[in-house]
Design a protein around this ligand. Structure first.
Ligand code: HEM
Length: 369
């Protein structure tokens, strides 16, 4: 797309507060916290309200491309620098379930060495910035109203223990099958298929963020041939059956025993707020209207991706939070705004109950081998 394209300029008026927004948001956060306390009682260890199970914790490097045109050289991407990053791959459930229960996958990226004051007052001076991505272009429950319906259904069943039985019975598929399990969605769609290779997926911000002077969604997709090759590749049934609990963890560990992988980060800029809304994260922004445009390359060298030390550091010590960012990358829209309190509440409880410090690394060496 030409640099002269009609990119919508960011202004505070882009966001529109929804009716009863505070009350609905509070209900979502309270309900998540109650389910999370049940999980604590189940494990006698506090886990994340969502994306509780990690599958790999990796160190890598994010290289912001040189000579980006003005509309892409924004915020973090305005300088062609290379940053160390920590990546945490996860699956979406707020409980620890076997990997064969295919689910939305998460890719959380913590960029280290980012100068400038950050959005959250508690982390204003941290040298990090987070991006949280999921392997689906939209969030099906794209407004807080829809999300609350899903969350309340989930809590009702979690309380009675039924949800977990149902999920186990039907080999649930993350959010979509949670929705199905609580009667809010059909479980016959494509997401119900056993998930493909976790490293071949494209991961999306799902909802919008501020992109400096503009508004964007972000994605990260396979770039080197070895990860392009496994994109969409179904995992053999035998491989799943051989290690039902941890085949995703093993896929990542086996791959990075000897391979280097490259991924590309891109931004899709909003050109029309009617067709590409920020207040409904369930609407896919058409790529014919505005394509994803490359902004940075992520390189991951061979390494051990799931040592006990790394897992404990990533699961119990670290937090990833979409609002932990430069003000130029503020998350936008009601489904994003509710995340501010949701992540804070989840992280605070987890750190408190596990008696762990909440740390923002200042250097990549803090990630244990
Ligand atoms: C809009 C798109 C969304 C994306 C792309 C997304 C992605 C993610 C990812 C990747 C993680 C794992 C982070 C990690 O590895 O530490 C995560 C965790 C979490 N998500 Fe989301 N999420 C989204 C929406 C939401 C919404 C709407 C809520 C609730 C209102 C929510 C609540 C949480 C919570 C509570 C955690 C755990 C935080 C912690 O304890 O540190 N997410 N999310």
């Amino acid at each position: 797309m030409e640099a002269s394209a009609n990119y919508i300029r960011y202004s505070e008026n882009i966001e529109v507060k929804q009716p009863d927004e505070e009350a609905i948001s509070q209900k979502i956060v309270d309900s998540m916290a109650r389910v999370n306390r049940l999980m604590y009682e189940k494990y006698r260890h506090a886990i994340r309200d969502a994306h509780a199970k990690s599958h790999g914790i990796l160190k890598g490097e994010l290289k912001i491309y040189d000579n980006l045109p003005e509309h892409l050289a924004q915020g973090l991407f305005s300088q062609p620098k290379t940053y160390p990053v920590i990546i945490r791959y996860s699956t979406a459930q707020g409980s620890i379930v076997p990997d064969k229960m295919s689910a939305f996958r998460g890719m959380a990226i913590k960029i280290i060495g980012v100068e400038g004051e950050k959005l959250l007052p508690d982390l204003a001076n941290a040298l990090t910035q987070d991006f949280l991505l999921v392997n689906y272009p939209v969030i099906p429950t794209g407004t807080i109203k829809e999300y609350l319906k899903m969350q309340e259904g989930l809590e009702k069943q979690a309380d009675s223990g039924e949800l977990f039985q149902k999920i186990e019975q039907q080999v649930a598929v993350g959010v979509q099958n949670v929705l199905a399990a609580v009667g809010l969605a059909d479980d016959t769609n494509e997401l119900s298929a056993p998930g493909p290779h976790i490293l071949g997926d494209t991961y999306f911000s799902m909802a919008a963020i501020r992109y400096g002077d503009y508004v964007a969604k972000i994605n990260v997709k396979p770039l080197s041939e070895n990860v392009k090759e496994v994109s969409g590749k179904k995992i053999d049934k035998e491989e799943i059956e051989a290690d039902e609990n941890a085949f995703l963890t093993k896929l990542i560990a086996d791959f990075f025993k000897s391979n280097t992988a490259e991924f590309e980060m891109s931004a899709q800029l909003c050109t029309n707020l009617e067709i590409m809304p920020v207040e409904d994260g369930s609407v896919q922004w058409p790529e014919e209207q505005s394509p994803y445009q490359p902004i940075a390359k992520l390189t991951i060298l061979p390494q051990i991706t799931f040592s006990p030390e790394r897992r404990v550091y990533a699961d119990d010590v670290l937090s990833f939070n979409p609002f932990h960012c430069l003000p130029e990358h503020r998350p936008l829209g009601n489904i994003m705004r509710v995340r501010k309190l949701a992540y804070e509440t989840s992280s605070r409880y987890r750190h408190h109950m596990n008696a762990q410090p909440r740390v923002e690394p200042v250097g990549i060496d803090e990630l244990p081998d």
